[in-house]
Design a protein around this ligand. Sequence first.
Ligand SMILES: *[C@@H]1O[C@H](CO)[C@@H](O)[C@H](O)[C@H]1NC(C)=O
Ligand SMILES: *[C@@H]1O[C@H](CO)[C@@H](O)[C@H](O)[C@H]1NC(C)=O
Ligand SMILES: *[C@@H]1O[C@H](CO)[C@@H](O)[C@H](O)[C@H]1NC(C)=O
Ligand SMILES: *[C@@H]1O[C@H](CO)[C@@H](O)[C@H](O)[C@H]1NC(C)=O
Length: 253
Amino acid sequence: MKQNLASSVRFILLLFLNVECLNEQSPPGKPEVLKCRSPEMETFTCWWKPGSDSGLPTNYTLLYNKEGKEQIYECPDYRTAGPNTCYFDKKHTHLWTSYNISVKATNEVGSNISNPHYVDVTSIVQPDPPVNLSLQVIQSAGILYLWAKWSPPPLVDVRSGWLILHYELRLKSEEREEWETIFVGQQAHYKVFKLHPGLKYIVQVHCMLDHGKWSEWSSESYIQIPNGNVQYKREQQCNPDNIQGSPLEGLSY
Ligand SMILES: *[C@@H]1O[C@H](CO)[C@@H](O)[C@H](O)[C@H]1NC(C)=O
Ligand SMILES: *[C@@H]1O[C@H](CO)[C@@H](O)[C@H](O)[C@H]1NC(C)=O
Ligand SMILES: *[C@@H]1O[C@H](CO)[C@@H](O)[C@H](O)[C@H]1NC(C)=O
Ligand SMILES: *[C@@H]1O[C@H](CO)[C@@H](O)[C@H](O)[C@H]1NC(C)=O
């Protein structure tokens, strides 16, 4: 009887320890595919979020198959886009195809897999913002205007003519809360009239391809519009390229 009790106690103790161990060593939490984005319709990147930390070293693998195909592939490149990402280069990016993407977390106790994330490259296009936005105040034929120009995001191959970028510009004077947004079209420059003399303006541009979403707004550029009584430089007549009129010195930054 006494022996029986002792072994029961030992059994219960072992059971308790075992449960403790299982609690400490559990499979990883469920990861989540956050989003995928293609900056130029030629490559794309997916981001994921690890699940809750089980306290054990955990490996993540991104697995995918294509619509209607059985074969499962692993992420071709975990490095290029940084931690918790998978980069699909041109060779691995196929348009008009649905990708079924999941992330599997594995530790020494077990594994856990995210919900599938379905992606069609043409629907996740979002270019980087335009770069090198520059502003000048121009005085031409007695009219004062703001000349804004910028460059397309470097990744987008606009020269091939295959991809077309559309731009919007927004501006406000420093005191104001709300932006005025102007659809620019395909050109990478714009003239803004109707400016208030003496105010400082903030300008940004963003862009979009035929498919997908607008980019983030570019970084802000500032320009001070002179008061009416400033002496303007005369337009240089001899230079036929000088269609923009003459910049006012010290006003563009
Ligand atoms: C996967 O993670 C979820 C939540 O993070 C958890 O509830 C579930 O039990 C885990 N699955 C396995 C097999 O461990
Ligand atoms: C997508 O992938 C997941 C995980 O591999 C799988 O369970 C699911 O059946 C797949 N869905 C389709 C529509 O192929
Ligand atoms: C994680 O990956 C490394 C390198 O491939 C491997 O040595 C290790 O055993 C893996 N760990 C788990 C828990 O799968
Ligand atoms: C933007 O301006 C920088 C410095 O002036 C220049 O090196 C770079 O080539 C420009 N980028 C583009 C895309 O025009």
